[in-house]
Design a protein around this ligand. Structure first.
Ligand code: AMP
Ligand code: ZN
Length: 468
């Protein structure tokens, strides 16, 4: 499998640290508001990375943090005139709810920054003690010049940052490139006791601690949106190097932006739609389809018409599956485990895997889902080939996070005409019974049973059900 590594700026063969295992960390939200549909791109994409590795048989550990202490949360708590903890709780619950609605599987661990405060203080203390950080006026800063590798992820040189920075920006820092590990609290702000006085941690220290706590000193993949490369990920990496001497992750993956008319969708530009608003208008699978139709590193322009088209595309796939299932004796869950033997379909499977193994080319993988849908619909093919195509469609689609609700594939409402026909046939059987023509009555019951229609006789008459 090839993965584009932001560190080397090229695709590299993926080699896990431990064979058959994937340790994955992706940055979660800062919970000061409802997240927008641009954030959803990052959350959905890393859900796909997790799902695809699981589909390949990897034992995956996926960790995503919740940043529940940050300047933005404090600002929002002042705006809503509520305790900052209440604000963080309100929006982290909303985050979990919206992720569930988006069909994002719960990560194995979802730590909150405030739950790991002791570990955060320890890692900052270690950096102060080994000379990579210094205390200044109750704040603690990382000394960027103390680490020769600083800038290796983003390619930003310390000198450039010094030249670009205004001298008066922060007098407590020795160097404009230095970044905050610990911030002294102002009166009225939330705080934790520390060796440097009362304060709160910087965002970068939170993530390095939460990732290493569950995944170890070095793990396989660290992900997030492209805006996180600098300063967030650069500064997480710096702290790992400063404390363990080892890289934080072997592969750094970053998704491109969801844009609004060419500009990044963001809270600060106020050009966003919340994920929950979009979920009120479109299904989760249409939203997923919209994102996965493009490569994850390409920018995407938000476009409601294209989401509506995605809705139709996914609807057509469902329709094809439903109509095949109505002819087939297999249930959807049978198909999920059906082995594929047809040679042409095995080639489709290879194309799907080759696309996904080529740095998660979901756009090409979705083209395979369309090919399979055509085969499922093609009445010139045998039923068993169409069943295998449907099986592959369900299996590959599930690896991308589609078809989460298999029930809707079989609960197709029966047209009224079918009900009337069944009632008519039952009335003929009632007539046979009245005439004591048991042979005819039994034959009608058995013929209906062969079609999955079960009859039940009682004093009140005959009722019928369709066997699941
Ligand atoms: P935040 O809560 O701002 O830290 O963002 C959470 C995740 O969403 C991070 O991985 C960001 O990089 C990502 N993100 C933010 N804005 C966008 C956008 N417009 N398009 C794609 N990803 C984004
Ligand atoms: Zn992070």
């Amino acid at each position: 499998m090839q993965i584009y590594n932001t560190m080397s700026r090229k695709k590299e063969e993926f080699v896990p640290i431990e064979a058959g295992k994937l340790k994955l960390y992706a940055c979660g939200p800062t919970v000061y508001n409802y997240f927008h549909i641009g954030n959803a791109r990052a959350f959905i994409f890393f859900d796909v990375v997790r799902r695809y590795f699981e589909y390949l048989g990897y034992d995956v550990t996926y960790v995503q943090n919740i940043t529940d202490i940050d300047d933005k949360i404090i600002a929002q708590s002042i705006k809503e005139n509520k305790d900052f903890g209440k604000i963080a709780e309100k929006y982290s619950n909303a985050f979990l709810e919206d992720c569930e609605r988006l069909g994002i599987r719960k990560p194995h661990y979802q730590p909150k920054a405030t739950e790991v405060m002791d570990e955060i203080i320890q890692i900052i203390d270690a950096q102060v003690k080994n000379g990579h950080a210094y205390e200044s006026g109750g704040d603690v800063y990382f000394d960027a010049e103390s680490l020769p590798a600083y800038g290796s992820l983003s390619g930003k040189k310390i000198e450039e940052q010094m030249a670009g920075a205004r001298v008066e920006e922060n007098k407590l820092k020795r160097n404009p490139a230095d970044f905050t590990l610990w911030k002294k609290s102002k009166p009225g702000e939330p705080f934790w006791a520390s060796p440097w006085g009362e304060g709160r941690p910087g965002w970068h220290s939170e993530c390095v601690v939460m990732s290493q706590k569950y995944l170890g000193e070095t793990f396989d993949i660290h992900g997030g949106g492209i805006d996180l490369v600098f300063p967030h990920h650069e500064n997480e990496l710096a702290q790992a190097l400063a404390t363990t001497g080892k890289p934080l992750a072997n592969y750094w993956m970053h998704n491109g932006f969801l844009n609004m008319e060419g500009e990044k969708m963001s809270k600060s530009l106020n050009n966003f739609f919340t994920a929950r608003d979009i979920l009120d208008q479109h299904s989760a699978e249409a939203i997923r389809f919209f994102f996965l139709s493009k490569h994850y590193r390409s920018p995407i322009d938000f476009n409601k018409e294209i989401i509506a088209e995605s809705e139709r595309a996914i609807g057509n796939i469902y329709q094809a599956l439903k109509s095949l299932l109505s002819e087939s004796s297999h249930s959807p869950s049978d198909l999920l485990t059906l082995k594929i033997s047809n040679q042409a379909l095995l080639e489709e499977l290879n194309t799907f895997k080759a696309a996904m193994d080529d740095d998660f080319n979901t756009a090409r993988a979705i083209a395979v889902l369309f090919d399979l849908t055509r085969i499922v619909k093609n009445s010139a093919q045998t039923l068993s080939d169409r069943e295998e195509a449907a099986a592959l469609l369900l299996q590959a689609g599930s690896a991308l996070g589609f078809f989460q609700n298999l029930d809707i594939l079989v609960e197709a409402p029966m047209p009224d005409l079918s009900r009337q026909l069944i009632d008519l046939i039952i009335s003929y059987r009632a007539k046979a019974r009245a005439d004591k023509d048991w042979a005819q009555s039994d034959k009608i019951r058995d013929d209906l049973a062969a079609l999955g229609i079960e009859l039940k006789d009682s004093k009140e008459g005959c009722t019928w059900t369709i066997k699941g």
